[in-house]
Design a protein around this ligand. Sequence first.
Ligand code: AMP
Length: 304
Amino acid sequence: MLLANLSQQFQVRFSPALANKPKYTKPTSSKPIDPFENPSKGLFITDLPPSHFLLLNKYPIIPDHFILATKEYKSQTDLLEVGDLGAAYDCLKAYKENGEELFGFFNSGEHSGASKPHRHIQFLPVESMCSGIEEGKNWSVLADSLVKTPRPGIFTVSPSSVPCLTSPELPFTYFSSPLPEDPSSEHLHKIYISLHEQACQIVQQVTKSTETPQSKEESPISYNIGLTDRAMVLCPRISEGSKVKSRNGDLIGPVSLNGTILGGTLLVKSEEDWDTLRSDEAKLQDILYAIGISSTASEREGRL
Ligand code: AMP
């Protein structure tokens, strides 16, 4: 089965620099270099009191990619706190008030495409995400379209009584919630916790995982969040990417994906991957099936 319109919903971008991106490694007792501990003056943008600051991404693939990081070291794999989401929303709101749009994403865990263990949420101006899109392609930020109704899918109500929408229209399972106008940080956090709870349940049901987190703050699953001023979407991850066969039968990839997928953008590191994924929607679908809980597995569990 080929899901309709995948190649309209996703833009594929090619960046050779991605080939040098370090892989996520579990923090060990020897302290790894932390780029967010003492950001260089040239990258520092501004303080965001009381607990965060903004800096430019040193290796942007999309122009004006910036990062919200915690001042004090906090773990990327611990659950986000009220203040993290409040600071993230302040960034989205500032862009909106300026008549611009921003897409935020968060990568957490070894299968999420994350590489740095110091807590950070990343942002891309939507205008930059639109640059260079092929003519005739009707692309918009995926996270926003996932909360538009009517959409085939089901609403579930999590234990924290926030309704979450999930839909079989994409190859991977996600949980999404529209955001009210100007939500409080606490409200955003409640939505996040409820999306995360649902994601943990489906991962547990499908993978039968017995892994337990090291602390009660640590997320038991890998996941990505996509965030706009209108939508929060969370996608549980069980693989960072996969290899697919190119048209001549060679294996290409692995294509490593992070939270930018929830914005409708795939970044790939070789021209061959780029050509294959742009021209063959079935390959694009294969990659997207492999990164998370496939929507067919969710259907089997009675979740869709
Ligand atoms: P992730 O790989 O999701 O953990 O995100 C880490 C981000 O930090 C990537 O987008 C990197 O390009 C970016 N990055 C890596 N080193 C630095 C640095 N020294 N200063 C600013 N950004 C950095």
